[in-house]
Design a protein around this ligand. Structure first.
Ligand SMILES: [Cu+2]
Length: 472
C-alpha cells in the first residue's frame, strides 16, 4: 500500500510541471471543434496558443430539396450542402474523425486543402459505409480552405454536394467584424431540365460537358432568400467566407449594390485588394470579402455570369435594416417617358445535330479500351482487381452473376442497378449509378471484365449493346 500523502505530492509536482509547460506553449489542451451549418460560422478563436482540436464529421447521403418541387440525393459532410464549417487556429493539431453512416451506399473520404500531406488526407480517410476513419494533421498554413470528397468517381462525389470550408485562423486572429457568414457555390447536373419536378438523378453526361442545370449558393435554389436571407444593420461590417465547390465552374461573385472594401483573394490571409466589385472564386477555391453596409435595403448575392443567377439559381439576399442615408443613396428621383430609336427583333439559331460515326474495334483494342474504362470508373467501387468490397460492392472477379447473363450485364452497365442481387452466394443491395457511357465503351469494358480477374467469356460487341437499347 502506498502512502496517500506521497501520491498527493507527486500529483502536485506533475501539475506544476504541466503548468510550466503550458505557459511556454509546449503543452496544449484538447477541445472539440465547433461545427456550423451554412450560413452560420463558428465564433472566432480566442486562444492564444495552439491546441489539439477534435473534429467529428459524418457523411450522410440524403434526399433533400434542390429547388421547389425538385428533389436530389445529396451526398453530404454533416447532412447539408455545403458541409459543416470548421474553424481552427494556425498551429493546431487537428484530429479528424470521418464517419460514413451505415445507411449510406458509397464509400467516401475527405481531401482538406488545409492539410500538408499526400492527398490532403484522402487516402487516410477512405471510409466504407458503417465505418469511421481517423487521421491527424497540423494546420501549418493559415487561410480559408475548401475540403471535398476525393473518392472515385471524384467529380460525381463533388457534384453531389461533397464540399465545405475550413478556416485556419492566423495566429494573430482576424480583425473583428459585426457579422460573419458562410456562402458556398456549387453546380448540380440533373437528368431533367432546370425546374423539372421529382427526384432528379445525377447526369454524368452534363457534368462532363460542364453544362449544369443548377448553379446555387448553399446547396439549393432559394437557400438565402425570404426568411433565410442574410441580415445586417446599416452601419455594420460584414465578412463573407466564400467558397466554390464547383465541380467545374468559376464563380464571379458579386453583391449587387455593394462594394467589397477588402478582399483576401483566393482565401489567403493578406488583404491584397480594396474597393472591389466582383471577386473570382476558382473551383476548389475561396475568397474572403469584407464590407460595411451603409444603406438599408436588399442586396443581391450573385454569380455575375448572370444567366446562372436568373436561370439556374445562384441568387441570395442580404437584408439590411436601419435608417435611410440619402447622402449615400437617394432612391428614385424621377420617372418620365422615354422613346428610343430602333429596336430590332432578334432571332436565335438552333444548331443541327450530326449523326455520330460508327466505330469498329478489334477484340485486343476493346480489351485495352475496356481496361482504361475499368481503371478510371469501375475500380473505384468494384476495386482494382475486381474483387469488390464486402457488404458494399459486389465482385466482378469470378462473379457468377456477371457471367450468367451477358444481356443482363449490358443492361446493368447501360442503366445502372438498384435492387437486391446475389453474387457468389452473397446478397447486395446497393446502387450502381447510371454512368452514361457510349455503346463502344460499354462493349469494351464488358469485354474486359468478362475476360479478366479469372473470368472467361466471349466478347461483347457494339451491336449487342445497341440491340439491348431497343428491346427495353
Ligand atoms: Cu464521397
Amino acid at each position: 500500500m502506498s502512502n496517500p500523502l506521497s501520491i498527493r505530492n507527486i500529483t502536485a509536482g506533475l501539475m506544476v510541471l504541466a503548468f510550466a509547460a503550458q505557459a511556454q506553449g509546449l503543452l496544449s489542451g484538447t477541445e472539440d471543434a465547433v461545427l456550423t451549418s451554412a450560413p452560420a460560422v463558428p465564433p472566432p478563436i480566442a486562444r492564444k496558443q495552439p491546441a489539439k482540436v477534435v473534429v467529428h464529421l459524418e457523411v450522410k447521403e440524403v434526399v433533400k430539396t434542390l429547388s421547389a418541387g425538385v428533389q436530389y440525393t445529396f451526398w453530404t459532410f454533416g447532412g447539408d450542402v455545403p458541409g459543416k464549417f470548421i474553424r481552427v487556429r494556425e498551429g493546431d493539431e487537428v484530429e479528424f474523425h470521418l464517419s460514413n453512416h451505415p445507411d449510406n451506399k458509397m464509400p467516401h473520404n475527405i481531401d482538406l486543402h488545409a492539410v500538408t500531406g499526400p492527398g490532403g488526407g484522402a487516402a487516410s480517410s477512405f471510409t466504407a459505409p458503417g465505418h469511421t476513419s481517423q487521421f491527424s494533421f497540423r494546420a501549418i498554413n493559415p487561410g480559408l480552405f475548401v475540403y471535398h470528397c476525393a473518392t472515385a468517381p471524384v467529380g460525381m462525389h463533388i457534384a453531389n454536394g461533397m464540399y465545405g470550408l475550413i478556416l485556419v485562423e492566423p495566429k494573430e486572429g482576424l480583425p473583428k467584424v459585426d457579422r460573419e457568414y458562410y456562402v458556398m457555390q456549387g453546380e448540380f447536373y440533373t437528368q431533367g431540365k432546370y425546374g423539372e419536378e421529382g427526384l432528379q438523378p445525377f447526369s454524368m453526361e452534363k457534368a462532363v460537358k460542364e453544362e449544369p442545370d443548377y448553379v446555387v449558393f448553399n446547396g439549393s435554389v432559394g437557400s438565402l432568400v425570404d426568411d433565410k436571407a442574410l441580415t445586417a444593420k446599416a452601419g455594420e461590417t460584414v465578412r463573407l467566407y466564400l467558397g466554390n465547390g464547383g465541380p467545374n465552374l468559376i464563380s464571379s461573385f458579386h453583391v449587387i449594390g455593394e462594394i467589397f472594401d477588402h478582399v483576401r483573394t483566393e482565401g489567403g490571409t493578406e488583404i491584397n485588394q480594396q474597393n472591389v466589385q466582383t471577386t473570382l472564386i476558382p473551383a476548389g477555391g475561396s475568397s474572403i470579402v469584407e464590407f460595411k453596409v451603409e444603406v438599408p435595403g436588399k442586396y443581391i448575392l450573385v454569380d455575375h455570369s448572370i444567366f446562372r443567377t436568373f436561370n439556374k439559381g445562384s441568387l441570395g439576399i442580404l437584408k439590411v435594416s436601419g435608417d435611410d442615408n440619402k447622402d449615400i443613396y437617394s432612391g428614385k428621383q424621377l420617372d418620365e417617358i422615354y422613346h428610343p430609336e430602333g429596336g430590332a427583333i432578334q432571332s436565335v439559331e438552333t444548331p443541327k445535330k450530326s449523326e455520330p460515326k460508327k466505330v469498329v474495334l478489334s477484340t485486343p483494342q476493346m480489351m485495352e479500351k475496356g481496361q482504361r474504362t475499368f481503371t478510371q470508373i469501375c475500380a473505384a467501387c468494384h476495386q482494382p482487381q475486381g474483387q469488390g468490397l464486402a457488404g458494399s460492392f459486389p465482385p466482378l472477379a469470378k462473379s457468377d452473376f456477371l457471367m450468367a447473363d451477358k444481356k443482363r450485364s449490358i443492361q446493368i452497365v447501360r442503366n445502372g442497378l438498384q435492387q437486391e442481387i446475389t453474387v457468389n452466394g452473397e446478397k447486395y443491395n446497393g446502387v450502381m449509378p447510371k454512368l452514361d457511357l457510349d455503346n463502344v465503351t460499354i462493349a469494351s469494358v464488358l469485354t474486359y471484365v468478362r475476360n479478366s480477374f479469372g473470368n472467361k467469356g466471349e466478347p461483347v460487341t457494339v451491336d449487342e449493346v445497341e440491340d439491348s437499347g431497343h428491346g427495353k
